[in-house]
Design a protein. Structure first.
Length: 249
């Protein structure tokens, strides 16, 4: 029964453009627009982030406990290089999926360029399977604007190309837009905003097409620690819920 529920969720979500899952609160709040991300957890979606630290995430896609995902990510600076690694686990005794990730990026004066290798392991009653995929990204960030190009799941049928730009609207408010190209599905557009409500409180939100989905999240930050909760809608399924806990250094 659990396998059937998971399969139904995948069949409903995948044809609508949700091929690459977003397992962090930051990614769900921003519709995966990592150009506005301030979380180590989002190394899952981009190897070209300038942050170092550690983060743990819990994700409940479409309010289905059987598909719950738990993730751990960490990144460390080695001179002008950033080494990142992480693991995600979802499922139970009937069906489980693990994603192991190792990436390396060049980071110098706002410019980041990196690559990450993923090993995905699936286990079910019918057997165990493994597959490899890669992510590559280049980004440039300044206090006033930013650019990013990401190629996710290189060599797989659900490859996605993300092209993003961001700008500072006023002090404390940033906005970004993305164009997403996928050979296996419809192209899409994403808009995201990040607002500093106070020195310790950050509000992030987003909209995406194909399908129409909205996301919103609230992050509390204190002395390197951050705690974030986010929700994301879906036109046919229930709300998704995510929680991040991280520490940056």
């Amino acid at each position: 029964m659990r396998v059937l529920i998971l399969a139904c969720i995948c069949l409903l979500a995948f044809p609508l453009g949700a091929l690459i899952l977003h397992n962090t609160a930051s990614a769900n709040a921003l519709a995966g627009v990592t150009l506005l991300s301030e979380s180590v957890a989002d190394f899952q979606l981009s190897p070209a982030l300038p942050f170092t630290g550690i983060a743990a995430s819990g994700h409940l896609p479409f309010s289905a406990p059987e598909a719950g995902t738990f993730s751990l990510s960490t990144a460390h600076k080695l001179s002008f290089l950033v080494l990142n690694a992480g693991v995600s686990h979802s499922g139970d005794a009937d069906y489980s999926l693990q994603d192991f990730r190792l990436g390396l990026a060049l980071n110098y004066e706002g410019l980041s360029a990196g690559y990450a290798q993923h090993l995905t392991l699936e286990s079910a009653a019918t057997g165990s399977y493994q597959s490899w995929s890669g992510d590559a990204a280049v980004s440039y960030r300044t206090p006033g604007y930013g650019y990013e190009a990401r190629l996710l799941r290189i060599g797989k049928e659900d490859t996605e190309l993300h092209l993003s730009v961001s700008t500072k609207i006023v002090t404390g408010i940033q906005a970004a837009s993305s164009y997403v190209y996928s050979p296996s599905g419809p192209d899409g557009y994403r808009l995201a905003t990040s607002i500093e409500v106070t020195d310790n409180l950050l509000l992030q939100s987003s909209w995406q097409s194909s399908p129409n989905r909205f996301g919103a999240g609230l992050k509390f930050q204190l002395k390197g620690w951050d705690l974030m909760y986010a929700i994301r809608t879906h036109p046919d399924l229930r709300l998704s819920h995510s929680l991040d806990l991280g520490y940056t250094w």
